[in-house]
Design a protein around this ligand. Structure first.
Ligand code: CP
Ligand code: NVA
Length: 307
């Protein structure tokens, strides 16, 4: 069966374990020999485009990049027809989309002929979550993702696509997750995407206090206050989230040796201050490094099934 990587929730524990393992083990540089991977970006990107391109190249394949203004998903032609076209020439398409539903529409339209990889949608950023798990495992557990069980991870700010994928990935590994966000910016309980629905030994706490979320945490994570697509709300968001900035006083509430994570791009002075982002607790450049590891893991896992 063709493998897709659309959300962390949809992956079995076994598949996630395989992806984590394949992300950091020696690889065959002919895994994708002579094969193309379509990269479709409806939104801007630096890390995701760079890590996808690098990983495909290292596995022996090549990428073709399609930007939103060239391809016009649902404006120049339907997402279904874009999918059908790509499936005639590519076995794998990796996409950054405005609307998560695009994945299911393309999957159905192509009859599962082409593997789909989510490179960020409005609800999920699963390749980022894989990189974040690898980064935490490297720092706290000598690379063993299962050694993270019992760790306390706090997320502060707007609960975004990144937050959701991260929370699900960590809860499944037995990590305790606290999310501090103001009312209206929290993960919505009872919704389809709520990680509380995901079974796993980790404990999820949601709170409207940044201080409560961070108290005693081993790691503190934040993301943009104004995610892509929310630019019209920038003023309101800066006002509503002002008490959820990760700064030095907030980091002091966490454990003494707590680390700082951010998916980037950072908006210095909004969700994060310079001293924390550039300080000794920051693991953000290891997260960037592991974006490539994560892509290697996902692509190798997809190919494993196809070979
Ligand atoms: N973290 C991340 O996805 O970065 P880009 O938007 O630059 O790809
Ligand atoms: N939540 C952010 C993540 C960027 C990598 C966004 O969607 O813009």
């Amino acid at each position: 069966m063709t493998r897709h990587f659309m959300t962390i929730e949809q992956q079995s524990l076994r598949d996630l374990d395989t992806i984590y393992e394949l992300a950091c083990s020696a690889f065959d540089d002919e895994t994708l020999k002579g094969q193309g991977v379509a990269l479709v970006f409806e939104r801007p990107s630096l890390r995701t485009r760079a890590s996808s391109s690098t990983a495909v190249h290292e596995l022996g394949g090549y990428t073709t990049f399609f930007s939103d203004d060239e391809i016009g998903l649902d404006s120049r032609e339907s997402a279904e027809d874009v999918g059908r076209t790509l499936a005639e020439m590519y076995a794998i398409a990796a996409l950054r989309v405005r609307d998560h539903e695009t994945f299911e529409r393309m999957r159905v339209a192509t009859g599962d002929r082409m593997s789909l990889v989510n490179l960020l949608s409005d609800v999920a950023h699963p390749t980022q979550a894989v990189a974040d798990v690898l980064t935490l495992a490297e720092h706290f557990a000598e690379g063993d993702v299962h050694g993270l069980a019992g760790l306390e991870v706090a997320y502060v700010g707007d609960a975004t696509n990144v937050t959701r994928s991260l929370a699900v990935a960590l809860l499944r590994l037995g990590v305790n997750v606290s999310i501090g966000a103001p009312v209206g910016y929290q993960l919505s309980p009872g919704s389809q995407e709520n990680p509380a629905e995901v079974s796993g030994p980790g404990r999820l706490v949601v709170t409207d206090s940044a201080h409560e979320a961070v108290k005693g945490a081993d790691a503190v994570y934040t993301d943009a206050w104004v995610s892509m697509g929310f630019e019209d709300e920038a003023g309101d968001r800066r006002r509503d989230l002002a008490d959820f900035r990760v700064d030095a006083p907030l980091m002091k509430v966490a454990k003494k040796k707590a680390v700082l994570l951010h998916c980037l791009p950072a908006h210095r002075g909004d969700e994060i201050t310079d001293d924390v982002l550039d300080g000794p607790a920051s693991l953000v450049w290891r997260q960037v490094f592991h974006r490539r590891s994560a892509m290697l893991g996902v692509l190798r896992w997809i190919k494993e099934e196809r070979s």
